[in-house]
Each structure stands twice: as structure tokens, then as C-alpha cells.
Ligand binder design. Structure first.
Ligand SMILES: [Zn+2]
Ligand SMILES: [Zn+2]
Length: 401
């Protein structure tokens, strides 16, 4: 009879011994922030550490220059992947020096840390421990390209945690489409020969008016928000070219597909009214909504409580954004958990004020607990085949067909 509790105790001891190295990962990334698709230092640093711990590295994974896969094999068994993120945000103030206000330094330290701890327990299970380095979460959403390149086809379970304002096992993210619209008309002197002009700025404005009317008739979870990125050259010239960018979001992909069609129709309607032409295309990857699996949430809850984390948000958050992990969750059972820092100041991820907390002693405390809980959940799954079978069954019933 395998004593799972004993193995978990052992994993906590191993994690304690690795504490300073794990904190070093968070600290290095925090002090060397890089924007999405430019995370070269981060990838070099993380893959060097994982290699030192016996992981085999694949660089340029899925043809993304700042993606990687690190694998530690302990024979035939379940394959568990920890997703590392390491891109920073553009930053604040006049110089906009990039900064980790979303705490991706913490994510990378947590997911690499969990994989390293598990690799030290190889005598106790059969299976594969993987770290997938997923670039540019804040911009293009590298995981979408990786899903399309079948990077998750051999993975049985994906784990990741993120800092947020609550402890949350029922995280929700909205599906999103990011569409750019370019209207073309004909320029003319706006005062001398306005009758010769075809006004591309009118088209953009009429598109916004159409969307504003549409907003009354969409579900309350949906969001449509856009900006005009090009509005013309001079007031005395009828604009012959304009451009607007929109984010369109909804709680599920099916509804969003329909809503995006309606937004596109607003643009087409504007061309009929103005005599312009429109070209539209995606300017960033589309994300799916996150698929939650109750059986995995229950397991993670048990493992978080075992390390002293409780007080979980009931029923999930009321407001949320979008993330490329949504796409991963539609092709592979995924447990994405949010953990809160115990801080007095009211501030949230992406805010300048939050920067000072993501590499703090408090962040480290939660980092070690997140690793222990992810490792504990992995041990449960590696040592209990029925558990993974049930999770997969639930996933197959709930995933987007
Ligand atoms: Zn973010
Ligand atoms: Zn983030």
C-alpha cells in the first residue's frame, strides 16, 4: 500500500530545501523584465536551471523563439505539464520600463519549482514531468499557437497558478476575438470638393454607432470595446483611410462567434451607408473561455488546505478578463488557480502599486505554498490512476465539441 501522505511530507521537505533557489527564479525574472516574445533572458535562465536538475530541453518549441519544453521522464505513466509564463507589462511612467505587475516572475518560479520538486521524487512514481515555457501571454497569447501546433496532445494534465485578489478555484476567463477594421474611401478637399469624397471616418463612426445599438441586445457577460487607431490626416481633407481595433468578449466561444459576426455586420453596414470598403482581420490571437473541472478543483482545494490556504471565493469572481490558458483548457484537463497575497493596500495585478508585492516575502510565502499544493495534486494523480480517469471523463463531457 503506497503511503501518499508520507510522499507528500517528503515533497514538502524537498521544497523547503530548494526554497532559496526557487526564490532566486522569481527574483531574477523580476529584476530582468522582458516584454512578450522578447523573453530571451528568462528562457535562458529557466532552461539552464531545469537542465541542471536533469530536464531535457527543447528550445524554440512550436517555432516560437521564446517558448521551450523541459521534460523529466520517470517511465511510462501520466504526463503532467506545468505552464511557465515570464513576459512583463510595458511599465509605467514616462519611460515605461517593463515591469512584472502581473506577477509572471512568480508564475515561472512556481511552475518550474513544482516540476523540480517532483523530479526529486522519481523513485515514487512512473510518469513524465514537463515544464512548458509559454511566451507572450500579455500580447499575442503564445499558448494559442502552441495549442495549434499540438503541443498539448501528449499531456494528461496542466497546472498553473496566478496571483490575484482572492483565493479562487473557480476562475473564469472570457473568450475573446481581437479584430482590426480598415475602411477605405476617396480623399477630396473637404470644403472645395466634398461631393467628390468618400469618407472613411464616417464609416468608422457609423460602425461605433451600430455597435452602441447592438450593446442593448447582448448578454450581460459580453463586452465590446474598441478604439480608433487611425482617423485621417487633416481636417480639410476627406479621410480616405481609417482604422479601428476592437476586443469582443463573451463567457463562451459559441456565443462569441455569433457576436463577432454581428460586430462585423456593423462594419459592413457602415460601408453601405458611406460607399467605403472594409477589410478586417484578427490582430491578436483569439482566446477561448477557461474550462473548469469540478473534480480537479476539489483535489486542488484539498492540497491547498493541507498547506494552510483556505478562504476560497464562493462561486468565482464577478468580473474577469481573458487569457490564452483558456485555449489550453479546451484541449487538455487544466487546473488554473488564483492565490491572493495578504496585503493591506487595495490594488490589483497590472497596477503600478502591485509591482512592489510580486517579489516580496509575502509573495514568496504564497509561492512555496502554491508549489506544495501543485506537487501534492500531482502526487495524488500520479499515484491514483482512477483519479485521472475520472478527470478525463469529466473533461470529455464538458469540453467544447
Ligand atoms: Zn496580465
Ligand atoms: Zn498574468
Amino acid at each position: 500500500m503506497i503511503n501518499i501522505l508520507k510522499i507528500k511530507e517528503k515533497s514538502y521537505e524537498i521544497e523547503n530545501l530548494l526554497k532559496s533557489e526557487i526564490e532566486g527564479i522569481s527574483d531574477y525574472l523580476f529584476k530582468n523584465p522582458e516584454l512578450g516574445s522578447q523573453e530571451f533572458k528568462a528562457v535562458a535562465f529557466l532552461t539552464k536551471i531545469l537542465k541542471q536538475h536533469g530536464f531535457n530541453i527543447i528550445d524554440n518549441y512550436c517555432d516560437l523563439t521564446t517558448a521551450f519544453r523541459a521534460e523529466f521522464s520517470c517511465g511510462e505513466g501520466p504526463t503532467i505539464a506545468f505552464l511557465a509564463e515570464y513576459d512583463a507589462l510595458p511599465g509605467y511612467g514616462p519611460n515605461k520600463v517593463p515591469g512584472h505587475a502581473c506577477g509572471h516572475n512568480w508564475i515561472a518560479a512556481g511552475t518550474c519549482g513544482a516540476a523540480i520538486v517532483l523530479s526529486k521524487l522519481k523513485e515514487n512514481f512512473k510518469g513524465k514531468i514537463i515544464v512548458i515555457g509559454t511566451p507572450a501571454e500579455e500580447t499575442i497569447g503564445g499558448k494559442v499557437n502552441m495549442v495549434e501546433a499540438n503541443a498539448f496532445d501528449d499531456i494528461d494534465l496542466v497546472l498553473q497558478m496566478h496571483l490575484e485578489s482572492n483565493n479562487n478555484l473557480e476562475c473564469k476567463t472570457l473568450a475573446i476575438d481581437c479584430i482590426k477594421f480598415q475602411f477605405t474611401g476617396r480623399s477630396a478637399h473637404a470644403a472645395a470638393h466634398p461631393e467628390e469624397g468618400v469618407n472613411a471616418l464616417d464609416a468608422v463612426q457609423l460602425m461605433f454607432a451600430g455597435i452602441n445599438a447592438l450593446r442593448q441586445h447582448i448578454t450581460s457577460d459580453a463586452r465590446i470595446h474598441g478604439i480608433i487607431t487611425y482617423g485621417g490626416d487633416a481636417p480639410n481633407t476627406v479621410p480616405n483611410f481609417t482604422e479601428a481595433k476592437f476586443h469582443i468578449r463573451a463567457a463562451n466561444r459559441e456565443y462569441l462567434n455569433n457576436l463577432t459576426k454581428k460586430v462585423i455586420n456593423c462594419a459592413k453596414g457602415a460601408t453601405l451607408m458611406t460607399g467605403t470598403e472594409v477589410h478586417f482581420e484578427k490582430f491578436e490571437n483569439s482566446f477561448d473561455n477557461l474550462l473548469n473541472l469540478p473534480s480537479l478543483q476539489k483535489l486542488m482545494k484539498k492540497n491547498l488546505e493541507a498547506v494552510g490556504i483556505d478562504n476560497f471565493l464562493e462561486g468565482g469572481k464577478k468580473s474577469f478578463g481573458s487569457s490564452d490558458i483558456g485555449n489550453v483548457s479546451q484541449v487538455c484537463p487544466t487546473m488554473y488557480t488564483e492565490l491572493a497575497l495578504n496585503i493591506d493596500e487595495i490594488c490589483f495585478v497590472h497596477e503600478e502599486a502591485y509591482l512592489k508585492y510580486v517579489n516580496s516575502e509575502e509573495a514568496y510565502d504564497k509561492l512555496h505554498k502554491s508549489i506544495k499544493a501543485m506537487v501534492g495534486t500531482s502526487i495524488d494523480i500520479l499515484l491514483n490512476p482512477t483519479l485521472l480517469k475520472d478527470i478525463k471523463e469529466e473533461f470529455n463531457n464538458l469540453k467544447r465539441k
